[in-house]
Design a protein. Structure first.
Length: 129
């Protein structure tokens, strides 16, 4: 089974997620807010250049979050990394080789992205609270 078909079959088996197929090798995913303690997580996933890539916005306009903390976090994580736009939006990025994009690999990748988004949101809530 091709990686795209394998990823699609796995995503379709997750009824709790809002999965939208955007193109042959691209999906939009919504993790409901009640499952992650707050706002829903909106993520994009695609197969490109031999990688399965996921990106999700963690925070919009998080100017009060120390950007150096993101660099420290990036040194502590595996597979996922944080990025920041000029408007201080915090994104989580992750990728794995398509050869690892079986059910277990995709599940692990989505779990790590979700965990990173929740950690960034909790950190921001602590800074703002």
């Amino acid at each position: 089974m091709a990686a795209v078909d394998s990823v699609h079959a796995y995503l379709e088996s997750l009824p709790s997620l809002g999965v939208r197929r955007l193109a042959h090798a691209e999906w939009g995913i919504t993790v409901p807010g009640e499952g992650v303690g707050g706002d829903p997580i909106e993520a994009g996933m695609r197969v490109s250049d031999g990688l399965l890539r996921v990106q999700a916005v963690a925070l919009f306009g998080a100017g009060d979050l120390d950007p150096w903390m993101l660099l420290w976090w990036n040194r502590q994580t595996r597979l996922v990394r944080f990025g920041c736009t000029r408007s201080h939006d915090i994104w989580v990025h992750a990728d794995i080789p398509v050869s690892d994009a079986d059910e277990r690999g995709v599940d692990r990748l989505l779990g790590l992205v979700t965990e990173a988004v929740v950690a960034a949101r909790e950190r921001a809530a602590g800074v703002r609270g």
